[in-house]
Design a protein around this ligand. Structure first.
Ligand SMILES: Cc1ncc(COP(=O)(O)O)c(C=O)c1O
Length: 394
């Protein structure tokens, strides 16, 4: 009989570098392989399972919705969809929500919105600016936004009128933006780019430039949003009000769900028929999303995330002192933490599996820590102890 790995190879288009684990069940912060061995998951499905696996409230909400209906199409109003939209509006600067199935689709919707916004002012106001090293998705439009050649150089020609600027370099930005700019997309903390934060001063000056040239600030909160960096949305720790916010990852409690949130001044730009999605805003995914939002907006939750993040960063800083040849830098906010270990990243990730610790590498050299937001201090200590053991072996 063929093994699951042989079958995977036979039937699945081989686009991902799989590890050699066959996970058969999961609970909270742990995944279990076919032999019953548990693994501590420190990246939660790339920031998707933000309340861990099989969270009770999320399961209850999914089951309740499934007992009513699973899909209606967007021709119908739907309570779970409206409930989630209301939550997102009440806790953000936005006034309306468009639901998608993924982050890339949320950003695609935002590209269309930005271009239509620009063209209603001037037919040539169509330029979009993003950062080098950013990541906004894999569709044709969003890979063009993404400021990393490796994701797009085989797929040219890409979308026209997209410009890239250096991260945190306000002088360069001043030279690039003009009245022809319709929008700038930004991550407050670049995730795939290696966990790098924008300076508050840069964001403030960018905000002024956006007002001066009347372009939209589109904050991609797909990875940073929903309490990942401590605040419900990462922009809330800065002096900026976004025109558009895009979300996905943790939004659907493990089910596919994304969203574009728009501010009041934009809520008439896209009209009937301008955009749409068959699955976008699936009622079951939205019900799961509301269960997530109910939990992460509870009093004290975001402070707990901030506290756990500070605890991990402080402990990692002590580890850096003990292993200065391996750990080059520790960056991050809340439970989005990058440990720059240079050329050791992949070795550490592989050794992690041997120690039943699941780690993610981004930007080739950064171990990216994105655990469930409700990870316990006991589980954090388990990670830190195992991580130090791995560093000693490296
Ligand atoms: C900041 C950011 N934007 C967009 C995306 C794309 O989201 P998706 O993979 O759901 O299309 C990602 C995914 O990693 C992301 O981190």
């Amino acid at each position: 009989m063929k093994s699951i790995f042989e079958k995977d190879n036979e039937y699945i288009l081989n686009l991902y570098k799989r590890n050699n684990l066959h996970i058969t069940k999961a609970e909270g912060c742990y995944l279990y392989d076919s032999n019953g061995q548990s693994y501590l998951d420190m990246f939660s499905g790339i920031a998707v399972n933000s309340l861990g696996q099989r969270n009770k409230e999320v399961i209850k909400a999914i089951e309740k919705q499934l007992s009513k209906y699973n899909h209606l199409s967007n021709y119908f109003v739907s309570e779970p969809v409206i409930d989630l939209a209301q939550f997102l509006v009440e806790f953000s600067s936005a006034s309306k929500v468009f639901f998608t199935n993924s982050g890339a689709e949320a950003n695609e919707a935002a590209i269309k919105l930005a271009r239509k916004f620009g063209r209603t002012i001037d037919i040539d106001k169509t330029e979009i600016v993003t950062f080098y090293n950013s990541f906004h998705g894999r569709t044709t439009g969003t890979m063009t936004l993404t400021g990393q050649e490796k994701y797009k150089d085989s797929f040219a020609p890409v979308l026209p009128q997209i410009k890239h600027v250096k991260f945190n370099d306000i002088d360069e930005l001043k030279k690039v933006v003009s009245d022809r700019t319709c929008a700038m997309f930004l991550e407050i903390v670049q995730g795939e780019g290696g966990v790098r934060q924008l300076c508050p001063k840069y964001v403030q000056e960018l905000s002024e430039l956006a007002k001066k040239h009347n372009f939209l600030l589109i904050i991609d909160e797909i990875q940073t949003g929903l309490c990942r960096t401590g605040k419900l949305f990462s922009y809330q720790s800065l002096d900026v009000v976004p025109d558009v916010i895009t979300l996905a990852k943790g939004l659907g409690g493990g089910l596919p769900l994304g969203a574009m949130l728009v501010s009041e001044k934009l809520d008439n730009i896209l009209q009937h028929g301008d955009h749409g999605s068959t699955f976008g805003g699936n009622p079951v995914a939205c019900a799961a999303g509301t269960a997530v939002l109910k939990t992460i907006t509870k009093e004290g939750f975001s402070q707990q995330v901030t506290g756990k993040g500070e605890y991990i960063i402080n402990k990692l800083k002590s580890l850096k002192k003990r292993h200065p040849k391996i750990i080059k830098e520790i960056r991050g906010k809340g439970l989005m933490i990058g440990i720059d270990v240079g050329e050791f990243a992949n070795v550490i990730k592989e050794r992690g599996i041997k120690h039943c610790l699941l780690l993610n590498v981004t930007s080739n050299s950064v171990i990216r820590i994105l655990p469930p937001l409700n990870i316990s201090y006991g589980e954090i200590d388990e990670f830190l102890n195992k991580f130090e053991l791995i560093l000693k072996e490296t």
